[in-house]
Design a protein around this ligand. Structure first.
Ligand code: ADP
Length: 150
């Protein structure tokens, strides 16, 4: 990588919906990269609560004043999307050892097969318990999830 090339990271996820945990990871990663592309995977086999367009619009509004952040949707392999964007890094958050176990083999495969490094940021203690699936559970049952999302 030459000195002049920009450091671009893709932050892939479902963001169904985006939570304070995601926002924490994004804000803390900002000093490390020139550009972070928040990439919403449009995995057709996954059942979503919010539409792809709603999720994209919500994230765009959240970061509309930050030129370093871009929002995109993609399908297929995350590594293929990274290459199409000229991104050298995948950004992921780690809450616990379950996240770690899941991420480890994917990160190693992406390194070996695609030469893409994964960068992990450990969640801040106050956000480590938040997941999109908990928010969906609360939403489905008519509860108040406003303290968990931006
Ligand atoms: P995926 O379906 O790919 O796990 P998510 O939208 O659930 O997509 O998560 C995207 C990324 O954000 C993952 O790396 C996940 O570990 C991370 N993440 C989710 N919630 C939190 C949180 N509360 N704190 C830190 N990282 C988180």
């Amino acid at each position: 990588m030459s000195n002049t090339s920009k450091k671009i990271a893709v932050f892939p996820g479902s963001f169904d919906p985006i939570t304070l945990g995601h926002v924490d990871i994004i804000n803390r990663a900002l000093p490390l990269f020139d550009t972070i592309i928040i990439a919403i995977g449009s995995n057709a086999t996954k059942k979503h609560m919010w539409s792809l367009q709603d999720r994209k619009t919500a994230i765009e509004q959240l970061f509309e004043n930050n030129n370093a952040i871009k929002v995109a949707t993609y399908d297929g392999l995350t590594a293929t999307f990274c290459k199409s964007q000229g991104a050298q890094f995948i950004l992921r958050g780690l809450r616990n050892s379950t996240d770690f176990e899941y991420e480890q083999t994917i990160a190693q495969a992406n390194d070996k097969v695609n030469g893409i490094d994964s960068i992990f940021i450990i969640s801040s203690p106050e956000y480590g318990f938040i997941s999109s699936s908990i928010v969906r559970d609360i939403a489905r049952n008519g509860g108040d999830y406003s303290k968990l999302v931006p």
